[in-house]
Design a protein around this ligand. Structure first.
Ligand code: FAD
Length: 497
């Protein structure tokens, strides 16, 4: 409510925000959780909360009048279509050289992501978070995050026989024939539920094309894990469709936070201010960076240090498809949940997730999202003329990612005598080098903050999300974001509250 005083205000309800809210509340702190997206707890006219990937409606995209699918076309046909402007679940946020996909709603990215829940290999951790004690992370916080998120792996015997993972078995066979390690990748999807979907005993979700715009069943998003636990404490109030725009030191201590209430058309209906003793920035790498860069540049928080906005990376994301021979069908029926990958990180700097292409027809296509060791880092800056935050990433900076991904796919193509698909990202275009699903950095741990996420220059301000991680996690990022948040909040509660 307008004019209220709160003890902890958390901006954003993704992984960092949900961990902060739960642990603060369990420690007896009252929490106001502010989320600019919708609650996603009420069915639409079709009886479902989320729309499917093949049939996007207004629920699909954040404030757009036309969809912006990661693939622009398929088999030569453009696939984007007009939709009503609405506070939908997936934001395709466009900067000059890259489109950054992000979840919008209570649960953040957990609402839209593939659920791949990967703990980095311990030998790679030093490069991921150089200032963090690895022993503590692997003994305490990674296990805590994996348990809290409900991470599990597909049953190998089912993997070996089900039609729904034919595409991944083709991926395995081809990886192994080229001598690459093939690994199962854990996920937060309920694998028992998926087996029941296949058996026809429950309503289908992953086996009905649901993924990018939310899963109605089966996926354990934060709505099913951290957030209900936080609500059960009775100390967490969640405000959906509320966007934080300003944080400024209050005269009597604490911070005055300005919050816009949004309509589902994206208009501002009310502006509120609350006073908060502490503020946790958990708006995601892009959201937190945009706020902090603006607040520093416009004089609201001038003492934030010069590291704000720096160290941003795309986790080396690059996509591609391969065309298989007619005797290697990948299946008309594909689960939307990836469960396996090809690991060439040590030798080639690439980890390729064998991704589904659930079109409902046989395409003979293999599709991959690669995470690569791309060294390029970008910076967010404030443009006083447009009054907007810009990111200086350039599309050409993906070239190292393409080169690293090629260490896997050139080999597989030569072993198999196959070629790349050129029809997924444009006409005669092999590489999906225009986007990322994994934004990381902008308020890097130990640089913009101390070693626990306390923002330099101000007491009681914290960053606790993907903005802390310097650009790359060597695997899919949300387990690391969750584990780091668990580590940091424990220290913050012990020392600052
Ligand atoms: P987020 O989860 O992004 O949460 C931030 C929240 O803050 C959002 O809900 C946002 O609406 C809100 N917010 C932003 N600004 C404001 C503001 N000013 N006021 C109020 N609220 C605000 N990762 C994996 O590990 N495995 C995967 O399989 C995987 N697949 C993905 C697939 C897709 C399509 C996408 C988009 C992402 C995927 N990711 C995956 C990435 C993962 O979802 C993110 O890394 C993760 O969600 C980031 O967590 P976070 O806590 O930093 O922020």
């Amino acid at each position: 409510t307008d004019g209220a005083r709160v003890s902890a205000l958390v901006i954003g309800s993704g992984y960092g925000g949900s961990v902060a809210a739960l642990r603060l509340a369990q420690a007896g702190v009252d929490v106001q959780l502010v989320e600019m997206g919708m609650a996603w707890d009420t069915p639409g006219p079709d009886g479902k909360i989320f729309c499917t990937t093949p049939n996007p409606d207004q629920r699909s995209f954040w404030l757009r009048t036309r969809t912006k699918q990661p693939f622009s076309q398929f088999l030569g046909f453009p696939i984007d279509k007009d939709i009503p402007r609405y506070t939908g679940i997936l934001d395709a946020e466009e900067f000059s050289g890259i489109t950054v996909y992000q979840g919008r709603g209570v649960g953040g990215g957990s609402l839209v992501n593939g659920g791949m829940a990967v703990t980095p290999k311990r030998e790679n951790f030093g490069a991921v978070l150089p200032t963090v004690d690895a022993n503590e992370m692997y003994d305490v916080y990674y296990p805590r995050a994996n348990a809290g998120l409900g991470v599990a792996t597909i049953r190998p015997a089912w993997f070996d026989t089900t039609d729904w993972y034919q595409f991944a078995r083709v991926g395995r066979k081809q990886a192994q024939r080229s001598g690459f390690p093939f690994v199962f990748v854990p996920d937060v999807y309920d694998w028992d539920y998926m087996e029941q979907e296949a058996a026809g005993t429950v309503t289908k979700s992953a086996l009905a094309g649901e993924i990018l715009f939310g899963n109605n069943y089966g996926k354990k998003s934060l709505q099913k894990t951290y957030l209900p636990k936080a609500a059960a404490t009775g100390r967490v109030t969640i405000s959906p469709l509320h966007r934080v725009t300003q944080v400024i030191p209050a005269s009597g201590g604490g911070y005055t936070v300005t919050i816009e209430q949004l309509t589902t058309a994206g208009a501002v209906s009310t502006i509120k201010t609350v006073t908060a003793d502490t503020v946790f920035f958990a708006a995601g790498s892009v959201g937190t960076s945009k706020l902090l860069v603006k607040l520093k540049a416009t004089g609201a928080l001038p003492n934030l240090n010069a590291e704000i906005g720096k160290g941003w990376g795309d986790n080396g994301n690059v996509m591609c498809g391969r065309a298989n021979h007619i005797w290697d069908p990948t299946g008309a029926s594909q689960s939307t949940i990836p469960c396996a990958g090809i690991d060439n990180w040590a030798a080639g700097g690439a980890f390729a997730e064998v991704a589904p292409l659930p079109t409902g027809i046989e395409t003979w296509a293999s599709f991959y999202l690669s995470i690569t060791k791309n060294p390029n880092r970008a910076q967010f800056t404030w443009n006083p003329t447009t009054r907007a935050v810009e990111l200086n990433w350039q599309t050409a900076w993906k070239q190292p990612s393409i080169d690293m991904a090629k260490t896997i796919f050139e080999k597989i193509n030569s072993t198999e005598g196959t070629i790349y698909r050129t029809d997924l990202f444009g006409t005669y275009k092999i590489w999906g080098d225009h986007l990322t699903y994994h934004p990381l950095g902008g308020a890097v741990l130990g640089k913009a903050t101390d070693n626990y996420g306390r923002l330099a220059g101000y007491q009681g301000l914290y960053a606790i999300d993907g903005s802390l991680i310097p650009g790359n996690t060597s695997v899919n990022p949300f387990v690391t974001i969750t584990a780091l948040a668990e580590r940091n909040i424990e220290k913050i509660i012990a020392q600052d509250f």
